[in-house]
Ligand binder design. Structure first.
Ligand SMILES: [Zn+2]
Length: 139
């Protein structure tokens, strides 16, 4: 039995890229025009509501709003993890695209070996941002 994941045909990958890009652009447009700090239709973090603690995602929508309005320090304050992951994904995408154009692509965009360190980093971020001495990491 072959354990390799099925390959996505080039036409399907292009269609999926278009759908993903349109969805991300639409979501970004909503966040751009409706400030999460003043509009109440955004979902509330249930972890924060139940525990009063900040999860790794708390402040992410506000950070996105700040980034879309070029307020980088505000975005870092609202959710530094989100900003760092976004920067890392952008660098990875550029590297991935560069190697693909040069015909030297031999890996996945997000290999499974990246997942465990990212989860450990997110967990450490969640613990730190709830400690009084790291209150600057809380939104
Ligand atoms: Zn949360």
């Amino acid at each position: 039995m072959d354990s390799a994941p099925p390959k996505i045909a080039a036409g399907n990958a292009r269609f999926a890229t278009i759908i993903l890009t349109a969805t991300l652009a639409g979501g970004a447009a909503v966040v751009f025009f409706f400030n999460p700090a003043t509009h109440t239709f955004y979902p509330v973090c249930q972890f924060h509501r139940l525990t009063g603690l900040n999860c790794p995602g708390c402040g992410m929508t506000r950070a996105l709003y700040a980034l879309l309005h070029a307020e980088f320090l505000r975005a870092l304050h609202d959710n530094a993890l989100f900003v760092l992951v976004l920067v890392a994904l952008t660098i990875r995408a550029a590297w991935f695209r560069w190697n693909k154009l040069r015909g030297r692509l031999n890996s996945e965009f997000f290999p499974a070996k990246f997942l465990c360190p990212l989860l450990v980093f997110a967990l450490a971020f969640a613990v730190l941002r709830n400690l009084p001495m790291f209150a600057f990491l809380s939104p």
